[in-house]
Write a protein of this length. Sequence first.
Length: 424
Amino acid sequence: MQQLIRGRVLDFFADPAKTQDNHRFWENGAILVENGRILAVGDHADLSRDGLEEIDHRPHLILPGFIDPHIHFPQLQVIASWGAQLLDWLNTYTFPAEAQFSDPDHAAHMAGLFLDQLTAHGTTTAVAFCSSHRTSAEALFAAAQARNMAMIAGKVMMDRNAIPAVHDTPQSSYDDSKALIDSWHGQGRQRYAITPRFAITSSPEQLEMAGTLTRENPGCHVQTHLSENRDEIDFTLSLYPQARDYLDIYDHYGLLGQRTLLGHSIHLEPREIARMAETGSRAVFCPTSNLFLGSGLFDADGLRAAGITSGIATDVGGGTSWSMLQTLNEGYKILQLRGQKLHPLAAFHWATRGNAIALGMEAEIGTLAPGSAADLVVLDARATSAMALRAERAESLAEELFVLQIMGDDRAVAQTYVAGKPQK
Ligand code: GUN
Ligand code: ZN
């Protein structure tokens, strides 16, 4: 059955940070949807016809749904935990919370709530770290599949430097990851990410296993953390004394490449930047987390100039908001502190097509091109009285987007569609 979703439609075909001609905007637009996919996008007058079911979201904006390329599923109750920087925060709050995800009932219950939060905030695809327990990834994939929602996820591999309840072993992490890949990678819209948590919590034997999995499953993503915090870097280098630098550890085990997502990537050496560019590895900027944990200021322009593709993500629960709008807000401020600018068009491109490109998935998600999934977010720049007051003086699309970027959150998300189905 076909359906017309009507509103003020915005779609990017190039990166505003690089190219002048970068988006299409239909003030009186519509998206024609069939079986969860986009058939056409354009002027309402060109797409409407008698008998076609129509949902009218005017005067709201319709964009491709947000993509969150770095988030921790078992940390949905860790968000807003007081007082610590990365390593203390992990030990005090995070590992104990993740230990609970060995229980399949807890994991299943939380998986539904996790997806509810994502879609309430306009996010239609996420790349998620699960706990070290196979059950946690099973639960997340099953819940996402039931909603026909594209999820990229993996159980974390971690065999040391945490608490026994979240430790696996090199062999069990290989076996569980492989079993999850066999049952979920490529099932419907589900994809697997091989997920060594970070070098501190993986022995050399485990990183070797992660490298083997990566070679055996070239279609899978790889996700981990890199150079988030100074103490983390010092501890890491003490554990891997032969490595030239932090990135070299992952490189040594064959974990770099175009499908590799390196969360944070803040305190990088020139050699690491050059090697990330050479291997096509992606950096992922996590602004609310980097501020909350006092980690540091991401160098977006520097990495772009070096030829590195970056994503932008929430990193809940180190991150403090599920909202990609709030993520863009804090991202704007971090870049201000670095003397860099995040223009609203570049910001909304980043959270949609930009993140899809970082994942190598721009043919399926992140744009409104015909053939893409009908994953959409409907945004209301007048969602609160304060936003409405400000929006009264917005004189351009860019200004309206900037109100959303700085003041918006889930209240500004009027609707979210996953594969053509409304979620709110
Ligand atoms: N490094 C290793 N694990 C984590 C995590 O769960 N959150 C953050 N922010 N950094 C990490
Ligand atoms: Zn993280």
